[in-house]
Design a protein around this ligand. Structure first.
Ligand SMILES: Cc1ncc(COP(=O)(O)O)c(C=O)c1O
Length: 583
């Protein structure tokens, strides 16, 4: 909303305090000859302060800027607290959806355009409020759309502190405390993986995609250290292996590193989305037969869509036989290592050469927080070190192994570790365990519920391994089909051209199954009460994938999601199934 001159931001703070702050401002304003509109009003019993005559230049480090800085930040805090409260309030919407052109036009005066002249602080506060208003409340208990959800207050405090410290993770010199915290956290994570005291290295990186990139980079360097100086032309044609259900970041790593997407072999999975070890063996042999040099296998612990865990031990055996680097992408499933109930799903992870683990997913740490953990000590440094003299002087007066910046492919690096460290302190291991177990219980609850509904069908029947639950909402014409081949074909098959036309002819007037999820999703976003994702996968037409990583979500929210999908989907199809008609 655009600033209106008569509007006042309401500040529910102690009026004695604000009066003291205000008299300070008045004195300062008189001394400086500024025309500082210090209107101080009481609206409905709350002291208000008019920020319309204050600008960013009046904040610290301006002389006597402390008071107005405090008032401004308090007001911002009020805006954030109101947002946090709304995010937790089930009667408030998850989102207030607008199309891009509507936001660009400037909804209710909310302008994205950048001014030439400074705007006053009231306008900035209004802009902050509007930014949150038109965004998506990912901390809402009914937001099921992404793997990273939730709003952890301690994590939030950690992020605020991190921005306040505003330092850089490249050297101990400028980030002494954070560097040591990173060491402590990485060691802790390595303990859960099961590496020995002598093993283990790592670094926090900007997300799972980057952590996976590091794994391919390190594997390549491990086998071909001269790639660092001579480049790809000095290498044989490399081949890497990952399952058909794995995250696209593995292929992207091959593209980024000049290995090429054609040299990524997508290994077949079983019905449940787990890599089939015999298929991996076959793919490796095939690649070798074509003269390629296999060097790297990725096993996923918690696939993005199905939440499947690849059989790490069996894959490790194959890697050992062929002398390949085994990476475990635990971006999503790594958190389960903390749960006694679920950690066995990652059996064999200790045999990995590297592991990706994103605390910003299952551990509900605010974005971004991802670690690449490497079994072989010193490899990260050797692979990436370029010894920039202006940063990494070897003659510093402290142990320069704490200048960890040369382990990375970045120069400046954000402090991602503090919020995790603080959350660990606040919850202890017990707290993380409980919240992870709770999320998986929600998934089991949804799975059970859908098993008993006629208007939904699970994509696979077996119990969820992670917190992913995949399902179709069944339009009534599919629901009325008897269980069997034809109904399954509706749900599972990508139709050939001929078949598609016959099927579509029969379905004239109703909605094809593949369109159901997108249509419901569109309605869902417009009504804004909940959010869940959908996608096709392999031969399966569009289905919903619900994921749980927000500890605030309760069973009643799961009930709400199911009812809401049924409500939004109820009038999508109006043709009854008629056996053999036109097929
Ligand atoms: C299994 C898996 N690996 C890697 C990633 C990429 O992580 P990020 O989004 O942090 O880059 C994802 C993201 O969903 C994932 O599910």
């Amino acid at each position: 909303m655009r600033y209106m001159p008569v509007s006042f931001i309401q500040t529910p703070i102690n009026s004695m305090e604000i009066n003291e702050d205000m008299s300070h401002l008045l004195n300062w304003s008189k001394r400086n000859g500024t025309s500082f509109d210090t209107t101080n009003k009481t609206v409905r019993g709350r002291v208000t302060f008019d920020f319309s005559s204050v600008h960013s230049k009046d904040l610290l480090p301006a002389e006597n800027g402390e008071k107005v800085t405090r008032l401004f930040l308090r007001e911002l805090l009020n805006i954030l607290l109101a947002y946090i409260n709304k995010s937790q309030n089930r009667s408030s919407k998850v989102l207030d959806f607008h199309y891009p052109h509507q936001l660009k036009e400037g909804r209710e005066g909310f302008s994205l355009e950048l001014p030439d002249q400074p705007e006053n602080l009231e306008q900035l506060l209004v802009d902050c409020r509007d930014t949150l208003k038109y965004g998506v409340k990912t901390g809402h208990p009914r937001f099921f759309n992404q793997l990273s959800t939730g709003l952890d207050i301690i994590g939030l405090a950690g992020e605020w502190l991190t921005s306040t410290a505003n330092t850089n993770m490249f050297t101990y010199e400028v980030a002494p405390v954070f560097i040591l915290m990173e060491e402590v956290i990485l060691k802790k994570m390595q303990t859960f993986i099961g590496w020995s005291e002598e093993e283990g290295d790592g670094i926090f990186s900007p997300g799972g995609t980057m952590s996976n990139l590091y794994s391919v980079l390190l594997a390549r360097y491990h086998f071909f250290p001269h790639v660092k100086t001579e480049g790809m032309h000095a290498l044989p044609r490399l081949a890497l292996f990952t399952s058909a259900h794995s995250h696209y970041s593995i292929k992207k790593s091959a593209v980024t590193l000049g290995i090429g997407s054609e040299n990524v072999f997508l290994v077949k999975c079983d019905e449940r989305g787990k890599m089939i070890p015999a298929e991996l063996e076959y793919s490796i042999q095939t690649a070798k037969g074509k003269g390629l040099f296999p060097f790297y296998v990725n096993a996923t612990a918690g696939t993005t869509v199905y939440g499947a865990f690849d059989p790490i031990s069996d894959i490790a055996d194959i890697c050992e036989n062929h002398g390949l680097w085994l990476h475990v992408d635990g971006a999503w499933g790594g958190g389960l290592l903390l749960s006694e109930r679920h950690r066995a799903k990652l059996r064999g992870i200790e045999r990995a050469s590297s592991v990706t683990w994103n605390p910003h997913k299952m551990m509900c740490v605010p974005l971004q927080c991802s670690a690449i953990l490497v079994r072989k000590k010193g490899l990260l440094q050797k692979c990436n070190q370029l010894s920039a003299e202006y940063l990494f002087q070897m003659d510093k007066h402290y142990d320069t192994s704490y200048d960890t910046g040369d382990k990375t492919i970045q120069c400046g690096r954000h402090v991602d570790v503090f919020k995790l460290w603080l959350m660990w302190k606040a919850k202890g291991l017990e707290g993380f365990k409980a919240q992870i177990d709770h999320c998986l219980e929600n998934a089991e609850y949804l799975h059970c519920k859908l098993q008993n509904r006629k208007d939904f069908q699970l994509v696979f029947q077996s119990k969820p391994e992670h917190s992913n639950v995949c399902f179709w909402y069944l339009p009534s014409y599919v629901r009325s089909m008897p269980p069997g081949t034809e109904r399954n074909r509706e749900l599972h098959l990508a139709y050939s051209g001929v078949r598609a036309t016959t099927v579509l002819r029969r379905l004239k007037g109703s909605v094809h199954v593949s369109k159901v999820a997108p249509k419901i999703k569109a309605k869902m976003m417009e009504s804004g009460a909940t959010m869940v994702g959908y996608q096709p996968l392999g031969d399966k037409v569009n289905f919903f994938r619900c994921v749980f990583s927000n500890p605030a979500t309760q069973k009643a929210d799961v009930d709400f999601l199911v009812d809401e999908i049924a409500r939004l989907g109820s009038n999508l199809s109006h043709l009854k199934y008629e056996p053999n008609q036109g097929v």
